[in-house]
Write a protein that binds this ligand. Structure first.
Ligand SMILES: Nc1ncnc2c1ncn2[C@@H]1O[C@H](COP(=O)(O)OP(=O)(O)OP(=O)(O)O)[C@@H](O)[C@H]1O
Ligand SMILES: [Mg+2]
Length: 339
């Protein structure tokens, strides 16, 4: 049975906004599914429908086998949710908040206290347990929010942008926690704007843009669709001149002949030779050895991997991170100067 399944899931808002526009998903039990997309793509709206906070206006969805519209309370018992905007009472202490959460889930006090302690330990907040949440950093809040989502040991965990705005150390801590939970069997549905996060954590990634799923697969498969990794290298020739400068054609030819044994040669760029390789990092040593055997010394070598951003660009014509400009150069015009 799929942990999460949707068919034509759709959500309209007043004013003709289609936030989620017919999404089909099947997340297997035990998977970490990364839902990747830019601002406004429809990630949160999808999550809100799946966790029964918002009714779909079209299609259907089941979570843990229960229909989100007709069996909402069964869905809620099966899931943990950490939303994008964590609503934590700033006046409460971390420990109190977890104890309260346990009570709300009908857990007896002694057991709830135990749970609170172990969850605080788990997310690294034991020292801050008796401080008010209002004094926590952003990262500490996200971790506490994650802990509250775990109180009733949910089968399926929904995390909406769990690491947005966190520093690298806190981000790593959340990744580790998510990965540990998943090792224990929890299915995780996680939204993110970060390519690296989807790449590192997710077993499978769905890319959403304008309410539509535009690509789906393992990070490896998605990246393989847009191209293989390639090596970029420059040679140190005997006279210290780069091979691609004039007068070294013979050496360049020889190098290309060697490189072609490893994969497709790509057009040279910036005086560097480019060759596609099948495996990536494990191809580096054999390539260097083969060049060496032919009397060619490598001056520099870089492994360039296709990224999920390349996938995103291919599907949408936009970069996911960094800039909002269209890749084809159709950037927003500058505002006209006042006449
Ligand atoms: N309650 C609402 N009323 C009207 N429009 C909404 C509402 N909630 C979301 N939208 C619109 O639906 C679209 C998708 O929003 P959503 O919050 O799902 O995006 P998101 O992918 O989570 O973005 P972000 O990365 O910024 O969190 C946006 O155009 C948004 O303006
Ligand atoms: Mg969102």
């Amino acid at each position: 049975m799929a942990a999460i399944e949707t068919e034509g899931l759709r959500r309209d808002f007043a004013g003709g906004i289609v936030a989620v526009d017919g999404v089909d998903l099947a997340v297997e039990e035990g998977e970490i599914y990364g839902f990747l997309g830019p601002n406004g793509a429809g990630k949160t709206t999808t999550v809100r429908m799946l966790v029964t906070l918002l009714r779909p206006t079209g299609g259907r969805a089941t979570v843990a086998g229960y229909d989100v519209a007709d069996q909402a309370s069964d869905v809620r018992k099966s899931i943990g949710v950490a939303l994008q905007e964590a609503a934590l009472d700033p006046l409460m202490k971390g420990r109190e908040l977890l104890q309260l959460q346990a009570t709300l889930h009908g857990i007896r006090k002694a057991r709830g206290d135990e749970l609170a302690d172990s969850l605080l330990d788990r997310v690294g907040l034991t020292k801050a347990a008796d401080r008010r949440v209002g004094t926590y950093s952003g990262g500490m809040r996200r971790r506490l929010d994650l802990a509250t989502a775990l109180v009733h040991e949910p089968k399926v965990l929904f995390l909406d942008e769990p690491t947005t705005g966190l520093d690298p150390v806190s981000r790593q801590a959340v990744w580790q926690e998510v990965s540990d939970l998943n090792d224990e069997g929890t299915t995780v549905f996680l939204t993110t704007q970060y390519l690296e996060e989807a790449d590192m954590l997710a077993d499978r990634v769905g890319i959403i843009s304008d309410g539509k799923l535009v690509a789906e697969g393992t990070p490896e498969a998605l990246k393989a669709q847009v191209g293989k990794p390639h090596l970029e290298l420059s040679l140190a020739s005997a006279d210290g001149v780069s091979v691609s400068s004039e007068g070294n054609d013979a050496e360049e030819d020889k190098a290309e002949e060697v490189l072609a044994r490893f994969g497709k040669l790509l057009p040279p760029r910036d005086g560097k030779l480019l060759v596609e390789v099948a495996h990536g990092a494990s191809d580096i040593a054999p390539v260097i050895r083969a060049l060496d055997d032919s009397g060619l010394a490598v001056e520099s070598l870089d492994l360039v991997e296709p990224s999920l951003d390349d996938v995103f660009v291919e599907k949408t014509g936009q970069h996911l991170e960094g800039d909002d400009d269209a890749v084809d150069g159709a950037a927003e015009p500058e505002p006209a100067a006042a006449e």
